[in-house]
Design a protein around this ligand. Structure first.
Ligand code: URA
Length: 196
């Protein structure tokens, strides 16, 4: 099996010439690299992630800590990454650079690399946060509104559990209890397969 480090080396070499002159730092995954109980996949890095070159730090790191507490997991026991490894940005009305959701082109460019990353890490389960990684790894018609809290077959051949993106709950407070229940359902499933 190809090692994660060689997948990352190939990926960096592939993307380097694509955006000459632009600051397109790739934020790679991190955590337990050999068959963790789960691999958590977000959308794309934000500003803090690019500065620190680590996924899920800054505000998103706080969301991740809450998820880990609820799911009774430790960050070092799982692998954490994103569907798209660059920070997608746009200029907002005040002229400031802000995050935007990854577009279809970015997603199709990164999905084959995400699949190779998953094969190298070989997790027992995938957990997607929000629509972007869900669509990359299952069928494009799937939405997190329909699929959250459910196990689905993934293109990686590894069972996938769909969650809302914790950041979306900040804008839709009514989703908070739904998200929490989904995380508890996931925690129970992980407990029952522990050691299996
Ligand atoms: N930071 C990440 O690394 N991923 C997300 O999906 C959001 C913030």
């Amino acid at each position: 099996m190809t090692s994660l480090q060689s997948v990352y080396q190939e990926m960096l070499a592939f993307f380097k010439p694509l955006w000459p002159g632009e600051d397109k730092t790739l934020v790679l995954g991190e955590g337990r690299e050999n068959s963790p109980a789960l691999m958590l996949i977000g959308e794309a890095p934000g500003e803090t992630e690019v500065i620190k070159r680590r996924p899920f730090v800054g505000k998103a790191g706080k969301n991740l800590d809450e998820f880990l507490t609820l799911a009774r997991l430790n960050r070092e026991d799982i692998f954490v990454s994103n569907a798209v490894k660059i920070r997608p940005t746009e200029i907002g009305p005040t002229g400031r650079t802000r995050n935007r959701a990854p577009n279809k082109e970015e997603l199709s460019l990164f999905t084959p690399w995400l699949l190779r990353e998953i094969q190298a890490v070989h997790p027992r389960a995938l957990v997607t946060l929000g629509n972007v990684p869900l669509k990359a790894l299952t069928e494009a018609k799937n939405t997190v509104g329909d699929c959250h809290g459910q196990w689905l077959a993934s293109k990686a051949g590894i069972p996938l559990f769909a969650l809302y993106h914790p950041a979306s709950i900040i804008y839709r407070r009514a989703l908070a209890p739904v998200y929490e229940q989904d995380v508890l359902t996931l925690a129970e499933a992980l407990q029952s397969t522990k050691g299996a």
